[in-house]
Design a protein around this ligand. Structure first.
Ligand SMILES: N[C@@H](CCC(=O)N[C@@H](CS)C(=O)NCC(=O)O)C(=O)O
Length: 311
């Protein structure tokens, strides 16, 4: 299957671990020093993990310091490709035709999956990091001096709580929807799908009294959650069979999704055309006809009514 990773145990989907995990740092003597215009981000608007890095770059106003190139959402057996099209372009940095070339330039013996996001170093001409967790954190912390918008998405006093909730959300929801969608056995699917909704139910309650997950300001965890919520009704309900409820059926979660969507600079990072075409057209085992559904009819710009919920 041409999906995101993977061995399978009992019909269960297991995501490949990230391979390149070098750290860009402001520390003197760092092999990868923080510098404007040295690093370049290769992303897909379709991919939730890449989407997180796009969001953090935008929120901090790092666009001037870190370039970004978007791949074609349609991926065939050759993998992610750079082509001119609606919302995606050729690679202006290296002239690569395929993202695979970045992986092979970094490690000629690389045989793993070629995934987005990728943070490329234009100086050493190799991938520094291909983990969305690391890339987000480096942008949030190491690159903060270069940010044009001063924003702390990972406040020191909340780090433990953030890390804890991130882990639960990743296991049950961010990756949980994939475990449901890519399961090849009924039991594995059901296990994953029930957990998705247990977590959504828990979040619905949590967001009844708090505007964002940790109070009055959206932090890293909110954005990690957002990328899954924004794809949920458009893709995960149908394509991944997570159809117990839609986000639109959860009043608090749906309001919260609209609230986050309406934060300045976020809406342009959400490309439903790329999202829908990518999932429905590049998982032939799940959707062999490659037909892209017309819905849902949803207005994320409608009033969210959550301003009164403070901390
Ligand atoms: N763990 C990775 C996940 C990245 C990932 O799995 N990306 C998917 C797209 S959503 C991908 O590029 N898959 C390509 C493939 O498996 O061929 C991260 O931290 O960024």
């Amino acid at each position: 299957m041409s999906i995101g990773a993977h061995e399978r145990i009992d019909g269960e989907f297991v995501r490949q671990a990230d391979v390149f995990r070098e750290w860009i740092s402001a520390q003197p003597g760092s092999a990868y020093p923080v510098a404007a215009r040295r690093y370049h981000l290769y992303v897909s608007y379709a991919c939730p993990w890449a989407h997180r890095t796009i969001i953090v770059r935008a929120l901090l106003g790092l666009e001037h310091a870190i370039g970004m190139t978007v791949v074609d959402p349609i991926r065939d057996e050759r993998g992610w490709a750079f082509r001119d099209g609606d919302g995606h372009t050729r690679d202006p940095i290296n002239g690569f035709a395929f993202l695979r070339e970045a992986y092979l330039a970094t490690d000629p013996s690389y045989r793993g999956r070629v995934t987005v996001p990728v943070l490329w170093d234009t100086q050493t001409k190799r991938i520094v990091n291909n983990s969305d967790d690391d890339i987000m954190r480096m942008f949030e912390t190491e690159f903060r001096p270069l940010a044009t918008h001063d924003l702390d998405l990972y406040p020191a006093e909340q780090r433990e709580a953030i890390d804890r909730l991130n882990e639960l959300l990743y296991e049950t929801l961010n990756d949980g929807v994939y475990r449901a969608g890519f399961a090849t056995a009924q039991a594995a699917y059901e296990r994953a799908a029930w957990r998705v909704f247990e977590t959504l139910d828990m979040l619905e309650e949590r967001l009844a009294t708090r505007r964002y997950l940790f109070g009055g300001q959206a932090l890293e965890t909110d954005w990690r959650l957002f990328v899954t919520l924004v794809r949920f009704d458009a893709v995960y309900v149908g394509h991944f069979k997570c159809n117990l409820r839609r986000i639109a059926d959860y009043p608090n979660l749906f309001g919260y999704l609209r609230d986050l969507y309406q934060i300045p600079k976020i809406a342009p990072t959400v490309n439903f055309d790329h999202i829908k075409r990518h999932y429905y057209m590049t998982h032939p085992d799940i959707n062999p006809t490659r037909i892209v559904p017309i819905g849902p009819a949803q207005d994320l710009t409608a009033p969210h009514g959550r301003e009164h919920l403070g901390a």
